[in-house]
Design a protein. Structure first.
Length: 367
């Protein structure tokens, strides 16, 4: 079986679909509804374009990635048929489980649209494979990346998505300590274990501008250093740097547009952010010539420094208000999973870097 980044991506994406379909995971109980009732229900009179697009486009990447994974590892199997059946069965299972969630409404329309989305994604991947695009990608990957770059490529693919959830500091992922403490206090309320929680002597304060500059700079540098550690040649690293900077700006702007409205898409680019991005650009140039292992050490140090600064600071008093568009209305299905990606991405990167540094594989010189 050929190693491919498509398998872990498919697993991660399927897990995200499960999360989005069953969120908020509360008040599970039997509602006395026949399991087949929603399958035989007539089509609704009214539906919105957002619901149709969300159900189709939500499953299309699963179909696309599933076919890629099967074509690269088991070419003798009917990839499109298997992927569409798997996507359809996953959707049917999740819609059935929604019968036990009072906050969710199972729908045969959602199931059919999810199946259609899986088919569209699978068909697109099959078409690209028939025209040789997958072979070109294999040659491109062999020319650009080290052979064991699969894990890093998955992290780089997920980084822009993690940026979609609003963060108190632009590009500053992983600020979880304050909300974790609040969640623990809520869960342990009216229990004897509540007294075991440590009490802060001094309340957390917002980041000073100089620390905000450093956090923004590290937030842009970390994916760049990850990419530099797996790319072969310096000119390729320069191209990757440009693409990652563009992705960071674009997805942060998209997050701001979804949160505040299109007119405020670039409102987050204040002087500290501008200075942080400029500092990241200056530091990225010499890092292109650093070897893989030292680069991973620098990335690990930078990641720990950024997480320390972010988690020893409080969010703005007005930050909670900015999340209302995500926690209510049409984003309610997606805010949870995108939030978890934004919270966990730096910690997964932390584990990845520690594993790479503890491995005995020799470092490769950047050419």
């Amino acid at each position: 079986m050929q190693k491919t980044a498509a398998w872990p991506l498919a697993g991660i994406y399927a897990a995200l679909i499960v999360y989005a379909s069953l969120y908020p995971f509360e008040n599970w109980r039997s509602q006395g509804v026949d399991w087949t009732a929603f399958l035989l229900a007539p089509w609704p009179r009214y539906w919105t374009g957002f619901d149709v697009l969300a159900n189709v486009l939500g499953y299309a990447p699963l179909g696309f990635i599933g076919v890629l994974a099967l074509r690269r590892s088991a070419r003798h199997l009917p990839a499109v048929t298997i992927t569409v059946m798997a996507g359809s069965l996953l959707s049917l299972a999740l819609e059935s489980l929604q019968l036990f969630l009072p906050a969710r409404v199972p729908s045969n329309v959602d199931w059919e649209l999810n199946t259609l989305g899986t088919l569209m994604g699978a068909s697109l991947a099959w078409t690209l494979e028939r025209f040789g695009f997958l072979d070109r990608w294999s040659r491109f990957r062999a020319n650009w990346f080290h052979s064991d770059a699969r894990g890093a490529l998955v992290l780089l693919a997920l980084w822009p998505v993690a940026l979609l959830f609003p963060a108190p500091v632009p590009l500053g992922l992983g600020q979880i300590l304050e909300r974790t403490e609040d969640a623990l206090a809520l869960w342990l309320q009216d229990t004897p274990w509540l007294d075991w929680l440590p009490v802060r002597e001094v309340e957390l304060q917002p980041l000073l501008p100089v620390y905000e500059v450093l956090c923004v700079s590290l937030g842009q540098l970390l994916p760049c250093m990850l990419a530099f550690s797996l790319i072969r040649h310096v000119h390729q690293k320069a191209i990757a740097w440009g693409l990652l900077v563009a992705a960071g700006l674009a997805f942060t702007a998209l997050s701001a547009a979804l949160t505040y409205g299109p007119a405020h898409a670039w409102g987050w680019v204040n002087p500290p952010v501008q200075l942080g991005l400029a500092l990241a650009a200056l530091l990225a140039l010499p890092l292109m010539w650093v070897r893989e292992k030292p680069l991973q050490v620098l990335a690990l140090v930078g990641l720990v420094l950024q997480l320390t600064m972010l988690n020893n600071a409080s969010a703005s008093a007005y930050f909670a208000l900015t999340l209302q568009n995500w926690e209510q209305g049409q984003f309610i299905r997606f805010h949870g999973l995108i939030q978890w990606m934004g919270w966990l991405w730096p910690f997964v990167l932390l584990v990845y870097l520690m594993r790479r540094l503890s491995s005995s594989r020799p470092s490769k010189m950047s050419e």
